[in-house]
Ligand binder design. Structure first.
Ligand code: SF4
Length: 224
């Protein structure tokens, strides 16, 4: 008995078979960031069109701060002001983050601040999984190059994507995780806390953030 394809062929009808596409995987393999130095990585991010977010951005937001930082702060994605200024965590949330950092003895310029995504999602919607995958190598290489002693994940999106879980952030707080996002890199202690933008709306949660920051301090200064 003829298959449907053979039958159509017998009738002289071309059969079009949809080709399996794995463009994201292929692209990620082709654009391996693992050997790039800091300047090459920054250049690659600045010209990236790997996901659709490139079309709506004013500029990429690579990250800012000390390339030898002890502490790396990782948030979600640029908002409108970050997209305009090219720097993560600016505006009121950024000022609150600066205060949070000072509480553990860091000035903003002493840490490195980056986001899961380097381009702004429209209307500040949550990042899509394919965007997180497409952008993931950039952050991974940043973490490898900086090799911080601790990571502070601020907000649900950062915490869930770094640790690859769906746990609500309220349940993730209060523990120290081991981040091992890179195949080549070492495990790095990671603390989860609320995003400063959330704190601006819910100031009662500041006490919990203070506890999280104390946990960061204990990781960085275990003998104190
Ligand atoms: Fe490239 Fe990341 Fe921007 Fe997407 S979000 S275009 S992957 S830099």
């Amino acid at each position: 008995m003829l298959s449907r394809g053979e039958y159509l062929k017998e009738l002289g009808i071309d059969v079009w078979v949809e080709r399996a596409t794995h463009s994201l995987d292929t692209h990620t393999q082709l654009d391996d960031e693992s050997g790039l130095d800091w300047a090459e990585l920054a250049d690659r991010v600045a010209s990236c069109t790997r996901c659709s977010l490139h079309s709506g951005r004013q500029q990429t937001v690579f990250g800012v701060g000390n390339q030898q930082a002890q502490l790396m702060v990782i948030g979600e994605a640029p908002g409108a002001e970050e997209d305009k200024q090219g720097e993560p965590f600016v505006g009121r949330a950024g000022q609150l983050l600066n205060s949070m950092l000072r509480a553990v003895g860091f000035e903003r310029g002493e840490v490195f601040i980056a986001n899961i995504l380097k381009c702004r999602p429209p209307q500040n919607r949550d990042p899509k999984p394919e965007e997180v995958i497409a952008c993931g190598n950039f952050l991974e290489r940043q973490i490898e190059l900086i090799a911080p002693s601790a990571i502070l994940a601020v907000g649900r999106i950062a915490a869930q994507n770094l640790l690859k879980v769906d746990t609500p952030i309220g349940k993730m707080r209060g523990k120290t995780y081991q981040f091992s996002g890179s195949q080549h890199g070492k495990e790095i202690p990671e603390i989860v806390t609320y995003h400063p933008a959330y704190l601006l709306r819910s100031p009662n949660e500041k006490r919990k953030v203070w506890q999280d920051l104390q946990a960061v301090k204990r990781v960085l200064e275990p003998d104190q």
